[in-house]
Structure formats: structure tokens, C-alpha cells
Design a binder for this molecule. Structure first.
Ligand code: G3P
Length: 221
């Protein structure tokens, strides 16, 4: 995966579920091909295979730190890898884990050959998870998620503070930020603060014209 990266989380929005997930994946692939920007789709588990099959790079929204065997209802990292995912979000604000579970999930991602992006609500948590050496840490203040108020402009201190804190603990771990990002200028501000990209959802998935919204976001890279 190249950086800077724009990671588009489909969450469980109906606009990006089932047939609509496929459509959103096509938009991501098209904008990626047309602009050469790195853009990742994060559909629900049930849509990973179909979105990956059309050539869009895909992450899973979560993985469980389990091994093959008796774990009904869990998400096996190797299964999402085989379905076509190249990475996974871990500890998203809407799917939080305890620190030992985060560590186990990072190790499970590594075992399965998945890129790990661990989310954190604040600088302290970001620093704690960076010490576990995921590939990326994404800081997302929960109060700004879905707000349309971009973290990179409303709270630049949390972004630059996370970049510094992660650098102090694990200089090889890349920092991303998310929450309220919807414009190219929000992406530019995030990159100027030292991040390697952004994580976003509603700015694209809920946009009247998702392709136009994504192309506009890519303009900030
Ligand atoms: O995973 C990204 C997400 O939590 C941010 O959501 O809608 O504020 O872009 P949104």
C-alpha cells in the first residue's frame, strides 16, 4: 500500500452495503485508476470478496485474534485475507477492544499477511497502541466522527500530538487521522500535520455524488 492513503470505511451504511458496496468499490477503483492516488475500501465482511474481485484494494473492518478451529461467529484473519482483503482496521471507535486484544489482533494480522491499522480515540491511547508496533495508528476523536467537522482543522493539536507521540515510541509506525474529513483541504491539512493519510466514511459514502466527493478529496493529496 502506497502513502498518502485515503481509507474509505463503508461502516454499515446502506449506501455501501451489498449491491451498493459493489458500486462504491467500483467508484474507488475508478478514481484510483484515474488519479493514481492510493484509496482503500473497507466494506462489511459479507462484501469483501465482491469488492476485492473488481480490483479495489480492501481492508476488513475488524479481525479477531483467533486461529482456525472452533470459533463460531468470529472473524478469522486468514479468512478475510483469502476473501481478498489486504489489511484490517483494529479497535475502531465503533468496535473497541481491550489493549491485550489489540496486541493479539496485531499479531494475528501479521501472521495472516494483513496490514494493520489500529484506531485510537486520543493521544494517550495512540501512544500505547503504537508500542505494539502495528503498521499504522489512526487517531479519531469520537465526538467528531460523522460530524462533518474535520479533525485536521478542528483539533490539529490531537493530530500533531499523535504524530509526535507515535514517533517517540515507534518511529516506523505511520499515523493516520480520521473524523469529519470530507474535503481535499481537510486531507491536505492532515498531511501537513505529519500524517500519512486519512480514514473517513460519511464524506464519501453519504455524499450525493460519491465519485465527485472522492475525486475532490484526492485533490488534497
Ligand atoms: O472510520 C472512519 C470514521 O470513523 C470517520 O467517520 O463519517 O467522520 O468520516 P466520518
Amino acid at each position: 500500500m502506497k502513502t498518502p492513503v485515503i481509507i474509505v470505511n463503508f461502516k454499515t451504511y446502506s449506501e455501501a452495503t451489498g449491491k451498493n458496496a459493489l458500486q462504491m468499490g467500483k467508484i474507488i477503483r475508478e478514481v484510483r485508476d484515474e488519479t493514481d492516488a492510493e484509496i482503500i475500501a473497507v466494506p462489511q465482511f459479507s462484501d469483501i470478496y465482491q469488492v476485492a474481485s473488481i480490483g479495489a484494494p480492501v481492508f476488513a473492518q475488524h479481525i479477531d485474534a483467533i486461529v482456525p478451529g472452533s470459533h463460531t461467529g468470529h472473524v478469522l484473519p486468514e479468512a478475510v485475507r483469502e476473501a481478498g482483503a489486504i489489511g484490517a482496521l483494529i479497535n475502531h471507535s465503533e468496535r473497541q477492544l481491550e489493549l491485550p486484544e489489540i496486541e493479539a489482533a496485531i499479531n494475528a494480522a501479521r501472521r495472516a499477511g494483513l496490514i494493520s491499522v489500529v484506531c485510537a480515540n486520543d493521544i494517550t491511547k495512540a501512544s500505547a497502541v503504537a508500542a505494539l508496533k502495528p503498521d499504522f495508528v489512526a487517531v479519531e476523536p469520537p465526538e467528531l466522527i460523522g460530524s462533518g467537522i474535520p479533525v485536521s482543522k478542528a483539533n490539529p493539536e490531537i493530530v500533531s500530538g499523535t504524530v509526535k507521540a507515535v514517533w517517540d515510541v515507534a518511529p516506523d509506525v505511520g499515523v493516520l487521522c480520521g473524523a469529519g474529513i470530507s474535503k481535499g483541504e481537510d486531507v491536505r491539512a492532515a498531511l501537513d500535520l505529519g500524517t500519512k493519510g486519512v480514514l473517513l466514511a460519511s464524506g464519501v459514502v453519504k455524499a450525493a455524488d460519491p465519485k465527485k466527493a472522492l475525486a475532490q478529496l484526492v485533490g488534497g493529496v
